[in-house]
Design a protein around this ligand. Structure first.
Ligand code: ADP
Ligand code: MG
Length: 614
């Protein structure tokens, strides 16, 4: 047997499998190179989803003649000045992308360095390097990649349809565009609509309109309208971006855009923290929409984990988790009393079909205005004194509503004692189908799902009890002994005080074991061993007892669901108003425990639109 070194073009071809597994991956490398070169304008052209052509042109600082020849050699990079792997500030650093692409495709690199009077160009065709030749180009760099994988037919076979490859490529550009709003991107492709992301002038950590616009262009207007900005810095880690309201949830995590030092990541610490931050505001199996950017010292994060660099390694994962959970919670906490307004358009298209009244829009408006209008409705003086003109129905509502339908029983003027002033949910006017409360606000109508709303409030109440008085405990008939190993047992014992607050009494029990004597009374039948094992793992990872808390919250949620005002119960005006006032003061009251909205709002202008008045 003879040992020999692999020839360089073979090494490059092997490496290419890792670095550029598909056209979108090559595109990502090229655009990152442009960003590394300080480009403020990047134009991308694709043909057949990048299979036939990828062209990336930038206005970065370019390369001089000698650098061109070096750039396409393996492990040639300008980005590791001191050869220091712990301080990586640029996207590239391995010096692998260009040679790998050149090994499997037809690569042309043309570049004109700043201040040079013309450009130079070099070709690499399936690993065969050509000569450096003069060329014409403005300052910057243009890279053409043609016939991806022509040199490796086996790989060529694994490419997907043009549409699929093109989707991957678009996704790459979207993520890079989100993370670099100060750069102007254009993406042109055969038969797809060209896309342009104009540069914003803002500072990159400014969560103002510039970022919002760019996110809207990529994640949709719905997101831009139903997301809250956040920005905080803690221990040198800054987190900024937008977090979607919990009611704007999705069945997959696809709409979670996460970045670390402007790199798109899919890191499990970050993903887990986002999940944790939304916690019980989302039902299981639903995912929030977020665009979050973490900027942190380059020394505290290792990006050298995987060639595609979507995974990173944090020096202090607990810190990162803490920052995300705090930042996102705070942002959506302030906002969670709102409900997503994206329901309004859906409602608007739905509503006419459900009127059950025929006639033209003006007839319908007539009926509605009778309902809402002055003639048949007497003011409630108690509420008028709050500075609002609020009306309560006298008798049944004409026409628009079924006459036989039971209305709020108490239609006379209410003078509830010690009633809190009317807040943003307005004053109750009627109850529909014993399930929905209709309230009037100064500029619109609120419709509340009474069961969903009550459920949320019961649940928040239980949570508050857990937080303040601690949880009732029950003794186990037979204490449960659990073997965990020394470290894990010690770690759990170190948290025993906290666990006790949540109703879990755990003590040391010889080497590497713990004994559980009491569990939360509300817990009923539970696999104590499995729970303790999970808890111990979670404590190891995040150093808090969130696992148990979440579990308790889940139980609280179930109890809340059973203990709440069912749909179908008739409520009087005072009860309805009490519910509305309670909702106003309850955190997260914009959605029920299952992530559905608890109320929808129609503005007066929406109503007018509905009747084609606008
Ligand atoms: P890396 O980015 O890891 O350094 P690459 O193979 O992607 O490796 O690129 C090699 C080198 O070529 C870079 O270090 C850089 O000096 C140069 N280069 C590549 N693309 C550009 C560009 N668009 N503008 C200026 N220089 C570039
Ligand atoms: Mg690179």
């Amino acid at each position: 047997m003879t040992l020999r070194l692999l020839p360089p073009d073979l090494v490059n071809r092997i490496a290419a499998g890792e670095v550029v597994e598909r056209p979108a991956a090559a595109l990502k490398e090229l655009v990152e190179n442009s960003l590394d070169a300080g480009a403020t304008r990047i134009a991308i052209t694709l043909r057949e989803g990048g299979k036939a052509l990828i062209r990336v042109e930038d206005n970065g600082w370019g390369m001089v003649r000698d650098d061109l020849a070096l750039a396409i050699q393996r492990h040639a990079t300008s980005k590791l000045p001191e050869g220091d792997l712990t301080h990586i500030t640029s996207f590239g650093f391995r010096g692998e992308a260009l040679p790998s692409i050149g090994a499997v495709a037809r690569l042309t690199v043309t570049s004109r360095a700043r201040g040079c009077d013309h450009a130079w160009s070099i070709d690499v065709n399936g690993g065969v390097v050509g000569a450096v030749e003069p060329a014409a180009l403005n300052e910057g760099t243009a890279i053409d990649v043609r016939d991806m994988f022509f040199a490796t037919p086996a790989r060529l076979k694994f490419l997907k349809t043009t549409r699929t490859e093109s989707d991957y490529a678009h996704e790459v550009i979207e993520r890079l565009a989100m993370a670099n709003p100060q750069v102007d991107f254009t993406l042109t492709e055969d038969d797809r609509r060209p896309r342009r992301f104009p540069a914003t002038t803002q500072d990159k950590t400014d969560v103002g309109d510039g970022l919002r616009h760019r996110l809207a262009a990529i994640m949709g207007d719905d997101f831009a309208k139903n997301a809250v900005p956040l920005a905080l810095t803690r221990h040198g880690v800054s987190l900024y971006g937008y977090a979607g309201l919990p009611t704007l949830n999705k069945p997959t995590a696809r709409d979670q855009y996460l970045f670390v030092n402007r790199r798109p990541v899919r890191d499990k610490v970050v993903v887990g923290a986002v999940r944790g931050a939304y916690g019980d505001l989302l039902p299981s199996g639903r995912f929030p929409m977020v665009a979050l950017f973490i900027d942190m010292p380059f020394d505290d994060v290792d990006v050298n984990v995987h060639p595609a660099k979507t995974e990173v390694r944090f020096r202090d994962p607990a810190l990162i988790r803490g920052v995300i959970v705090t930042g996102v919670r705070e942002a959506i906490g302030h906002a969670a009393q709102w409900t997503t307004n994206s329901l309004t358009p859906a409602l608007m298209t739905m509503m006419p079909a459900h009127y059950g009244v025929g006639g033209n829009p003006s007839e319908r408006l007539g009926q509605l205005s009778e309902w809402m209008g002055d003639q048949k409705i007497a003011p409630i003086s108690a509420f008028s004194s709050a500075g609002l003109s609020v009306r309560a129905p006298m008798g049944t509502l004409p026409g628009f509503l079924d006459k036989s339908m039971p209305m709020a029983r108490d239609t006379t003027v209410e003078q509830p004692e010690a009633v809190s002033p009317i807040g943003r949910l307005g004053a109750a006017i009627a109850q529909l189908h014993n399930s929905f409360i209709v309230a009037q606000t100064p500029d619109g109508v609120i419709i509340v799902d009474q069961h969903a709303a009550h459920e949320r409030m019961t649940y928040e109440g239980l949570k508050a009890a857990i937080e303040s008085q601690g949880v009732k405990r029950q003794m186990l008939l037979i204490p449960e002994v659990i073997e965990l190993g020394d470290t894990a047992a010690q770690r759990l014992i170190a948290h025993s005080e906290e666990l006790c607050r949540f109703g879990l009494v755990v003590e040391e029990f010889g080497a590497g074991s713990v004994v559980v004597r009491e569990i939360p009374a509300m817990m009923g039948k539970v696999d104590v061993k499995a729970m303790i094992r999970d808890l111990s793992d979670e404590i190891a990872e995040y150093d808090d007892a969130r696992g148990l808390k979440d579990r308790l919250y889940e139980i609280a949620a179930t109890m809340a669901c059973h203990g709440s005002v069912r749909a179908g119960r008739s409520l009087n005006t005072a009860e309805m108003n009490a519910l509305l006032r309670q909702m106003e003061s309850t955190p997260n009251s914009g959605q029920c425990n299952h992530g559905r909205p608890t109320y929808v709002e129609l503005k007066r202008s929406d109503l007018e639109k509905l009747f084609e008045r606008r």
